[in-house]
Design a protein around this ligand. Structure first.
Ligand code: ZN
Length: 244
């Protein structure tokens, strides 16, 4: 069984469509999403509609929570905050209710899906110390979970725990071994921040226990035009071509 893992779509319809086209060509059995379907870019309803119609299992992101009014964007920077207020004005009630019902964490198969960190949607998992804390929490969950997927940082990476020693791995292909534990981020579909503007996702093969990262080009110009026309801050358009 092969599962595509996507994250941080952020209302970027062009990137989401390009990623789903690539996934369709990869013979994947299921797609899961690590949250932040909305925020920053101009097509929140269209992106949610796709998540719903494709029955993509998702967990809640911090932007999703703020867009519903379930949380206030107090810790957001000015750009992110103004996009949240724009999104609140444009989100349909049906899609707002859909976001309100998304869980913060979800177990699927032999792994767990989260947005930021285990038990904390807003917290960034950036360093090996952050990873160590999350591996500790993972060990406290029933069922000997050895694998978690997370988003939020918009940077594809894998943290590996081998008997308490934590390392990170940025290679585009990984072979998971049974004696180790893993926390893996697929990177962002709609706003990559690793200086590579192409949309990012991964495919996990449960039988081979391999992870493969993919980058996909999409129509950045079209997405930028929509941001500007929508009256969202132009810096949100500019950053897409910078990949940061
Ligand atoms: Zn995000």
């Amino acid at each position: 069984m092969r599962i595509a893992v996507i994250a941080d779509i952020h209302a970027n319809l062009e990137a989401l469509q390009a990623v789903l086209d690539r996934i369709a060509a990869l013979t994947v059995d299921e797609i899961v999403c690590l949250g932040d379907i909305v925020g920053y870019n101009a097509n929140p309803n269209e992106c949610i509609d796709i998540i719903r119609s494709e029955k993509i299992v998702s967990v809640l992101g911090n932007h999703d929570a703020s867009a519903t009014g379930r949380e206030e964007p107090n810790r957001f920077n000015a750009l992110a905050r103004s996009a949240i207020f724009w999104t609140r004005e444009h989100l349909t009630e049906e899609n707002r209710l859909f976001l309100l019902n998304i869980p913060r964490e979800k177990r699927a198969h032999e792994f767990i899906l989260m947005h930021g960190s285990l038990h904390d949607t807003n917290r960034y998992l950036l360093s090996r110390n952050d990873a160590a804390e999350n591996f500790h929490l993972l060990a406290g969950l029933p069922g000997e979970l050895k694998l978690g997927f997370f988003g939020h940082t918009h940077i594809g990476t894998a943290f590996i725990d081998h008997q308490g020693s934590i390392s990170s791995d940025l290679s585009s292909e990984l072979s998971l071994s049974s004696g180790k534990r893993y926390l893996i981020n697929p990177g962002s579909v709609g706003q990559p921040r690793d200086d590579d503007p192409r949309a990012s996702f991964l495919v996990y093969d449960l039988d081979d226990r391999t992870v493969q990262f993919f980058r996909v080009e999409y129509d950045i110009k079209m997405c930028q035009d929509k941001i500007v026309r929508a009256g969202l801050p132009p810096q949100l358009a500019w950053r897409l071509e910078q990949g940061r």
